[in-house]
Structure formats: C-alpha cells, structure tokens
Ligand binder design. Structure first.
Ligand SMILES: C[S@@+](CC[C@H](N)C(=O)[O-])C[C@H]1O[C@@H](n2cnc3c(N)ncnc32)[C@H](O)[C@@H]1O
Length: 243
C-alpha cells in the first residue's frame, strides 16, 4: 500500500481553530508527528491506536532534528503509513512546510497540504487588532529571528502594520533599528504571548520603550508595530469581543 504525508496546520493553539480538513486527516492517520508549538490538547482528537511522536526542535538542534524528521516521514510513508505532519499555525508561514513537501515529492511520495490558521493574523485579531483598516492599508509579516544581517528594517518604514514573528529575543534591537530607519518612537506596539492558549498575555507599549528594554515577554509571541494597536483598546470595550 502506498503511504502519504499530510502537512497540516494546527492553528495557533486553541483546538477549536483547527480546520475541519485537519481534523478529518488527524482522525484517519496512522502516525502524527507534531511540533513544539502544537497544543497537545489537539492530540486528544486522535483515534485510539494512532501513534503520536513529538518532534519539536530545541535551540541549537534545528538542522539535525530537521534531517531526522525528513528521514522519519520518508520511512513511514514508504512503509505505507498515512502520516500527519502537524505544525503550529499555518505550515507555509515560517514553518518549513514547503521545504518538507518538496523533499517528499522529490522522492515520489504523495503529499497533501492542509492550511492552518496562522498566528500572524489570528492572534492579533483575537486581541482586537485588525492588521488592516480603512487608512491602514498595508501589512508585512517578518521574521525577527535575526535582527541584523538578513533583514533590512528600512524596507519596512512605510508599511503601516508590521507583524514580527520569532522576534522576542531580538525585540530591543528590532525596535531600535525600526526607529533608526525612520519609524516614530512613540508608535504603539503590542506583544501577544501564547495567543489563544489558556495562559495568553497581552501587553501594549511603544517602540521607544521596547528599544529601552522595558518590555518583559516570553516566546512564543507576536510582536506587532503600528497604529492598528490603538484599535484594540476600543474593540476591548465592545460587547462580544474575546479580549
Ligand atoms: C516558526 S514560527 C511558526 C509560525 C506558524 N507557522 C504560524 O503560522 O503561526 C514561530 C513563531 O510564530 C509565532 N507564534 C506561533 N504561535 C503563536 C501563538 N500561539 N501566540 C503568539 N505567537 C505565536 C511566534 O512569533 C513564534 O516565535
């Protein structure tokens, strides 16, 4: 029997943000390989007998672990297994999903991509922050994994809303670089830590305060820069808003 690998987005944390297709695939898979940012409560949806394997990467073992995951997916699918590769958020947003799909397809293995609800949109939204609004017409999603070198922060000076993922560790450097590149030091920012999880934290501040090191936050968090952050305060008071 021919195996298949499903590259599945798990959403940002709350199991109710899983898509119906993701649920269907998870409930009919033989093995689930899941990442560090996947809420383990999602595994409660698996049918009895489904094997789940944690393949999260810790700092410093990225490449070695990635090789291991590629090998495992290859081996299991060649054994004829239906494999769900479950990733936080959407698998194609800083998730190495495309890279894994290309590797498997190159070996002639069947692959299906199942999009997920990405933290970059859903986490701000559920805190009352829209990425666009009339008058704020552009947004960019940027990796903050490296502050210097790969990213030229001046490319983002005129983009109204910046959504920075993996930027917690470098937040001071990123905020300083954005100010240096011309953004207003008083521009509002928000950090949403563990968005949609039970222990979510929401903090607002300014670019200047972040650059000065006065914001305490832990990963995973979405780091948002832009005037849309002010809208959260208004939406917070509206009836029915989650925040
Ligand atoms: C490697 S990227 C993966 C993004 C993921 N594929 C997505 O679409 O959400 C990991 C980063 O996403 C953000 N992130 C993911 N889940 C989050 C959550 N529940 N709350 C806040 N930030 C989250 C953080 O910036 C984290 O460092």
């Amino acid at each position: 029997m021919k195996g298949k690998v499903y590259i599945v987005g798990a959403g940002p944390g709350d199991p109710k943000l899983l898509t119906l297709r993701a649920l269907e695939v998870l409930q009919s898979s033989d093995v689930v390989l899941y990442d560090r940012l996947v809420n383990p409560e999602i595994l409660e949806f698996l049918k009895p007998g489904t094997k789940s394997v944690y393949v999260g990467k810790e700092a410093g073992e990225q490449e070695e672990k990635q090789e291991f995951i590629l090998g495992l997916m290859k081996e299991l699918s060649l054994e004829g297994k239906k494999v769900a590769r479950l990733k936080g958020g959407d698998p194609f947003v800083f998730g190495r999903g495309a890279e894994e799909a290309l590797y498997l397809m190159g070996l002639g293995i069947d692959v299906e991509i199942i999009p997920g609800v990405s933290s970059c949109i859903a986490v701000p939204e559920l805190s009352g922050i829209p990425l666009t609004m009339r008058g704020y017409s552009s947004f960019a999603v940027v990796s903050g994994e490296k502050c210097m070198g790969e990213v030229n922060w001046s490319d983002y000076t005129n983009i109204e809303t910046l959504v920075i993922l993996m930027g917690v560790r470098n937040r001071e450097c990123i905020a300083s670089e954005l100010i240096k590149a011309g953004r207003d030091p008083e521009e509002p920012v928000a950090f949403i830590e563990k968005g949609t999880w039970k222990d979510e934290r929401f903090i607002t501040s300014t670019l200047q305060a972040v650059a000065e090191g006065s914001v305490e936050i832990n990963p995973p968090a979405v780091f948002l820069v832009g005037r849309v952050v002010e809208i959260a305060n208004i939406l917070k008071n509206s009836k029915g808003a989650r925040c």
